[in-house]
Design a protein around this ligand. Structure first.
Ligand SMILES: Cc1cc2nc3c(=O)[nH]c(=O)nc-3n(C[C@H](O)[C@H](O)[C@H](O)COP(=O)(O)OP(=O)(O)OC[C@H]3O[C@@H](n4cnc5c(N)ncnc54)[C@H](O)[C@@H]3O)c2cc1C
Length: 465
């Protein structure tokens, strides 16, 4: 079978690339070894985690947050099986949606493990023993990433789990250890804490959410502590093993000091993800790699002609929307258009309660390069809508170039931050200034008015504080 494009991996990078290519008149096939399309994101990542985050948030709201609003509900009861069904139904609706889009766009969906036999040739080992040889003018590597492992620690997905196991625990653990204070650890830790687990987070660094703005991370850590999270920052796990139906972890301060033993029912290892390229045949083809990542040029071309790569397997943040945008850009480049991704305007959201959302530079990054910048802050305690909703935790922080006023960073902690961030993203795409935002009329009363006020605060003229 011969195609213009064969994409290996049906995650958000791969499936979006194939759809855009089909829209542009190319004949495309997508190969994935999973039963269902959608990759990590739809099957075991973004979508199931958000289903559980939302459901567990509702459980907590019903239990604790509604009475002051005059909504008195009897103590809520957890039906974990129903919550898991909601998650599974959500995943099914999304992966079926992608399968429908493949049909609609006349894309061949090939289920099986792919290996690049030679430039232009993909060998697929079908799960049913049916092998296929596909030919393509262009091959796209969109094989994503896998869970990073702690050396010497065996993940059994029962008591020592990765994010995948943490999305399907059969019961609420009394105690949960989370190794790694990154986004995935804090999101899944939040799910199980809301459902009743005592959550202890162990992090090697002396801060949570590495890479995000320091002020945001510090304030957010306090919020999580108020919610009941316990943190051991600046600690490394030296040993973690199953013991008597649970787990035992030994942790040590990175600065030196006494080791401590912690016991729990379940431990979640969430120390990051690494690019996945196993058994693809890249080494034999001589594809240039860098620390596990496939090296690509500005047009997503690898060092081997006809071979391209996008998504988690290349440089940049491991995010679904980054992979999608690269998929669109690559399809357009292959069609002779000017596809492009602006890596300076990729938002990043932590879907906890409250949410955190960020785009562009952090203060730490600006300081490191000696950039001159102005800061505008506005707290949700001073926002009328936030008060009406009892969602006053958090703030908006905007960073603008001191000389030009161009917006170079936006950071929001608060209810709905993941939606609010996009006005900053659009502004940054258009090279807009803090003043542009400050002079844009915002509906009242909305949480987004805090974004406008923060933009006004850049110039010292916020009204409501
Ligand atoms: C728990 C969790 C929560 C997350 N939440 C978010 C979130 O809220 N927002 C966000 O932006 N990102 C989130 N992510 C990250 C997001 O899932 C990834 O960034 C995204 O899926 C990357 O897309 P991709 O297309 O590069 O690869 P993937 O989605 O990883 O897809 C790659 C696919 O390639 C297939 N494959 C690999 N090798 C082969 C082969 N040889 N032959 C055939 N098929 C192969 C795999 O089976 C897989 O289906 C989350 C991740 C996790 C684990």
């Amino acid at each position: 079978m011969s195609f213009d494009l064969v994409v290996i991996g049906a995650g958000p990078g791969g499936y979006v690339c194939a759809i855009r290519a089909a829209q542009l008149g190319m004949k495309a096939a997508v190969v994935d070894k999973r039963q269902t399309p959608g990759g990590t994101c739809l099957n075991i990542g973004c979508i199931p985690s958000k289903a559980l985050l939302y459901a567990s948030e509702m459980f907590e709201e019903a239990g604790h947050a509604m009475a002051p609003l005059g909504v008195v509900v009897p103590a809520p009861k957890l039906d974990l099986a129903a919550m898991m069904k909601h998650k599974d139904d959500t995943v099914a609706a999304n992966v079926n949606g992608v399968a429908f889009l493949f049909k609609k766009n006349k894309i061949d969906w090939v289920q099986g493990e792919a290996r690049i036999a030679a430039p232009g040739k993909v060998a697929v080992k079908g799960a049913d023993g049916n092998d296929k040889a596909l030919e393509a003018k262009a091959i796209v590597i969109a094989t994503g990433s896998e869970v990073a492992r702690l050396p010497g620690v065996e993940i059994d997905e029962k008591t020592i789990v990765s994010s995948t196991g943490a999305l399907s625990l059969p019961g609420v653990p009394k105690k949960l250890i989370v190794v790694g204070a990154g986004i995935i650890g804090l999101e899944l830790g939040s799910v199980w804490r809301r459902l009743g687990a005592e959550v202890t987070v162990i992090e090697f660094l002396d801060r949570i959410l590495p890479g995000m703005d320091g002020e945001v991370a510090r304030q957010f850590q306090r919020m999580l502590q108020k919610q009941g999270f316990a943190f051991h920052l600046g600690h490394k796990v030296t040993k973690i093993e199953t013991s008597g139906g649970g787990v035992k972890a030994v942790i040590e301060p990175t600065a030196g000091g006494e080791a401590k033993a912690l016991e729990a029912d379940v431990a979640l290892i969430a120390i990051g993800r690494r690019p996945f390229t196993e058994n693809l045949g890249l080494q034999a083809l001589g594809v240039a790699m860098d620390g596990g990542q496939v090296v690509v040029d500005a047009h997503f071309a690898t060092s081997v002609p006809g071979l391209y790569a996008i998504g988690d397997v290349i440089h940049g943040p491991m995010l679904a929307h980054k992979a999608e945008d690269e998929g669109v850009a690559l399809a357009e480049i292959l069609a002779g258009q000017a596809g492009h991704v602006n890596y300076d305007a990729i938002p990043n959201v932590v879907y906890t309660n409250p949410e955190i959302a960020a785009v562009g530079k952090t203060e730490e990054e600006l300081k490191a390069v000696g950039a001159a910048y102005k800061v505008g802050r506005f707290p949700f305690t001073a926002n009328g809508r936030a008060r009406a909703m009892r969602k006053t935790e958090g703030f908006v922080k905007l960073l603008a170039d001191a000389a030009t006023d161009r917006l170079i960073g936006a950071h929001v902690v608060g209810f709905g931050a993941g939606e609010m961030i996009h006005e900053a993203v659009v502004l940054m795409e258009f090279g807009g200034s803090a003043e542009d935002l400050a002079r844009t009329c915002h509906a009242h009363p909305t949480l987004s008015e805090a974004v406008k006020e923060a933009a006004m605060a850049v110039d010292g003229r916020a009204i409501h504080i």
